[in-house]
Design a protein around this ligand. Structure first.
Ligand SMILES: [Zn+2]
Length: 352
């Protein structure tokens, strides 16, 4: 990732102009002066004393959306507090079998219109609502990491069906958001595999509305240009049906991926759904991600006149080892600029 400035230097013409227009990229160097007493520990932890003495940090800012990331490679090598032993995710997952989500018909409330049953899941109302319409989509299988392609495709279909049913009763509610928090590290309070769907009225959920405003204020097609910049520096994979997988230049946190369809495409379109299924399975199996946050961003289900050029897109981020004690998110992520240790090039190469 530290070679990004050199890659950008090699771009010419319209590609170069586009990259400069959209992204501010700065490679800065910092220095530390370790005492001799610390040297053995630095060698063990960071590989060498020199690695700490002279460090590079890459700062990438999307000038339009103000999404920004500090890429600090050494951060990933910091010792983090967590048990070396007694790590048994499979055991912990199976120990909670028999939870209320294992029998959702009696373990979750129904929505006012009943439940939506998909091929691999059933909807319930979230017992603690976060909006007027807020569902849980409870997977048939308890283990949250035991999903297959059919589960992912069914999630998009069942979530959408739930949203359409909810909208029938409340036509003002058109802002559909599908989210999936996998395991406690990602904020999930229940281990059993499940996602959530929300349907809001008024402005779209804030992060999605932010994107709409940024795209509307931009002269040009913002999403298309963001994809083009990533493509020009080798951070995309083109998938069937004009769906693009992007290793993000300004990830919120570790290993963030964007899966982007085309404007007007529905997220239930087989090419988009299959691309998501394959991406998630590779995220779990090839990258080894255990805990993640996923969100589907899309224009409102109706009255989407103000949303030209906004395709359906998935944002997906790794929340790290479930057994680590420190949260991956601190004051910098909440109130400053996100710090990321992983390299988008490692991510995209592993997914090719
Ligand atoms: Zn269960």
């Amino acid at each position: 990732m530290l070679e990004l400035p050199a890659r950008l230097e090699r771009l010419t013409g319209a590609s170069r102009e586009r990259a400069d227009r959209l992204y501010e990229v700065r490679l800065v160097r910092g220095h530390a002066v370790p005492p001799p007493e610390l040297e053995p520990w630095l060698v063990t932890t960071f590989g060498s004393v020199e690695a700490v003495r002279d460090q590079a940090v890459l700062k990438v800012t999307n000038r339009v959306t103000l999404e920004a990331t500090l890429f600090a490679p050494l951060r990933n090598r910091r010792p983090l507090d967590g048990p070396e032993r007694d790590r048994n995710l499979a055991g912990e997952v199976s120990a909670t079998e028999g939870d209320p989500f294992c029998h959702p018909e009696t373990g979750t409330p129904a929505g006012t219109f009943g439940r939506v049953r998909g091929a691999r899941m059933v909807s319930g109302a979230n017992a603690a609502l976060a909006d007027a319409h807020h569902a849980v989509l409870v997977f048939d299988i308890h283990d949250p990491l035991a999903f297959d392609a059919a589960t992912v495709v069914d999630l998009l279909r069942t979530g959408r069906e739930w949203a359409e049913r909810a909208r029938t009763d409340d036509p003002e509610a058109v802002n559909y958001l599908l989210i999936w928090n996998c395991l406690w590290r990602a904020g999930s309070s229940i281990i059993h595999g499940h996602a959530q769907a929300l349907l809001g009225s008024g402005s779209h959920y804030a992060a999605v509305e932010r994107l709409r405003r940024d795209a509307a204020a931009y002269e040009g097609d913002l999403i298309e240009e963001i994809i083009a910049v990533h493509r020009s520096v080798g951070l995309t994979i083109d998938l069937a049906g004009d769906v693009v997988l992007v290793a993000h230049l300004t990830p919120r946190k570790e290993r963030e991926l964007l899966l982007i369809g085309t404007p007007g495409m529905e997220e239930t379109d087989p090419s988009f759904a299959d691309a998501l299924a394959r991406t998630l399975i590779a995220y779990r199996d090839r990258i080894g991600v255990m805990s993640f946050n996923l969100a589907l961003w899309r224009p409102p289900l109706a009255n989407a006149e103000g949303w030209p050029g906004i395709p359906p897109m998935i944002r997906l981020v790794d929340r790290g080892d479930p057994y680590l004690r420190p949260s991956d998110i601190g004051a910098m992520e909440l109130y400053g600029t996100s710090i990321v240790g992983s390299d988008p090039y490692d991510l995209i190469e592993a997914l090719r």
